[in-house]
Design a protein around this ligand. Structure first.
Ligand SMILES: Cc1cc2nc3c(=O)[nH]c(=O)nc-3n(C[C@H](O)[C@H](O)[C@H](O)COP(=O)(O)OP(=O)(O)OC[C@H]3O[C@@H](n4cnc5c(N)ncnc54)[C@H](O)[C@@H]3O)c2cc1C
Length: 406
């Protein structure tokens, strides 16, 4: 697999698109922008500076599919033409009041139903924290006694998750439950386990997320597998490394407990790859959703599939990347017939800002990610330029050869 084949990677991008992306990643890589970017965007929005248009033209266009489900359809179709599927992710974050939570539930239900009728959208997805005030989850995880009102909110959270999973089950579309901060993941894991027991009896419909930067996750995966065998259900396993490392470490330091994160990148990588190995050993029970931009892990998964005589398009295995990133992975894998999907976030510009800021931060925190994207984009721009020059040269040569000899 040549992940550096930029011709295939950017087949869906016009010259203009590439130029924009190149500018964007160049700016994102500037240390000054990384330092002042987030603070100045927040400040500008707070004082109502009209910067939404600018954000929409730049960061939003690069990393977000549209403002609504319908607004994403053009991008979904373009990806689908090249066999890259989409997962529409309603990415409005940080809303905590009841009306906003209900609105998020309704919108996510619409997204689940939309996925159920569109073969270009093979999964639905949601963030559990969009379904309840995160404070309730945090308290419950910490074993703090909840008030009656809080108990009701927790019960409502579970009802909402059930409604989403039931709708996915009825529409026969698998649903991914994202993972966020470790300090409320236990409550989420328990809820998702209940959902798997309820809806994964015939096949995996509900998928939990394992953040492999946590040193306890491989053990957790093995325990989940054991429980699934004992209780007779399938495990849907989405694997990521984890997006909140700095925040996790900072909190552990602040409150003086052991950080849940592996001590270094190599141990996170090992855990991620061990989780893939374990799942492939138990592929009859565990379906794998490999969410990564790390080509070593993708290559490992491809070779494990080969060792196990699995076809490239075995429907128990999916590769996934985020929209606007690592097209070299998505498009080259899809070209070889693997199941590939992009997480396509959507939502109003202002409301998807936390997601966008995380992408900017990730492109800073993940060593070399911006550089990687930029190098590939530039490589493709150069390839296209050379191809045009060669084409013109050939045309001129043809014309010269056609001149009648006097
Ligand atoms: C489809 C998809 C869905 C996703 N869903 C989620 C989700 O639900 N929850 C979530 O948290 N994230 C999610 N992410 C983001 C993901 O967790 C990573 O942040 C991102 O993909 C970068 O990791 P990587 O596997 O691509 O590889 P790489 O670029 O090789 O690895 C970077 C990651 O390694 C880890 N790491 C880096 N340095 C160290 C260190 N010093 N010590 C220990 N670990 C280190 C961190 O997790 C870092 O993000 C998702 C990503 C994708 C592609």
């Amino acid at each position: 697999m040549d992940f550096n084949n930029t011709e295939k990677a950017f087949i869906a991008k016009s010259d203009r698109d590439l130029k924009w992306s190149s500018r964007m990643f160049t700016v994102m890589g500037m240390p000054l922008i990384q330092k002042v970017g987030q603070a100045s965007v927040n400040f500008a929005l707070k004082i109502h500076l009209p910067i939404e248009g600018l954000i929409k033209k730049t960061l939003f266009n690069q990393f977000v599919g549209g403002e609504t489900i319908k607004g994403c359809s053009k991008n979904v179709d373009v990806l689908s033409t090249h066999n890259v599927k989409s997962i529409l992710d309603y990415s409005v974050e940080g809303k905590e009041d009841e009306a906003d939570i209900e609105a998020a539930l309704e919108e996510t239900l619409r997204a689940v139903k939309n996925a159920a009728k569109n073969p270009s959208i093979p999964f639905a997805v949601f963030k559990p924290t969009a379904m309840v005030k995160s404070e309730i989850l945090e308290k419950n995880d910490a074993g703090i006694e909840l008030s009656n009102e809080e108990k009701q909110q927790l019960a409502k959270f579970k009802e909402r998750i059930d409604k989403l999973c039931k709708t996915a089950y009825e529409g026969d579309v698998p649903i991914l439950v994202d993972a966020e901060d470790s300090w409320y993941q236990n409550t989420i894991d328990d809820t998702v386990d209940e959902m798997m027991l309820k809806y994964n009896k015939q096949k995996p419909i509900v998928f939990n997320t394992w953040q492999m930067y946590r040193h306890d996750r491989l053990e957790h995966l093995k325990n989940t597998y054991k429980k699934a065998v004992e209780q007779g259900y399938y495990v849907g396993a989405k694997f990521v490394r984890g997006a909140y490392m700095e925040k996790e470490r900072k909190r552990a330091l602040k409150y003086g407990y052991n950080s849940p994160i592996h001590p270094d990148k190599a141990s996170t990588d090992k855990a991620y790859n061990d989780a893939l190995r374990f799942s492939l050993e138990h592929i009859d029970r565990i379906s794998v959703f490999c969410g990564t931009h790390n080509t070593d892990s993708d290559e490992l998964l491809m070779s494990l599939m080969k060792e196990n005589n699995l076809k490239n398009n075995d429907n128990r295995i999916w590769f996934a990347q985020l929209y606007g990133m690592s097209d070299n992975i998505s498009f080259n894998l899809a070209d070889q017939g693997y199941n590939v999907a992009k997480y396509v976030p959507y939502g109003p510009v202002r409301d998807v800002l936390p997601y966008l800021i995380r992408r900017v931060e990730e492109n800073t925190a993940v060593k070399g990610q911006t550089n990687r994207e930029l190098l590939l984009i530039k490589q493709e721009m150069k390839r296209r330029k050379n191809a045009k020059v060669n084409f013109l040269k050939q045309e001129m040569e043809k014309k010269r050869n056609q001149k009648p000899v006097s």
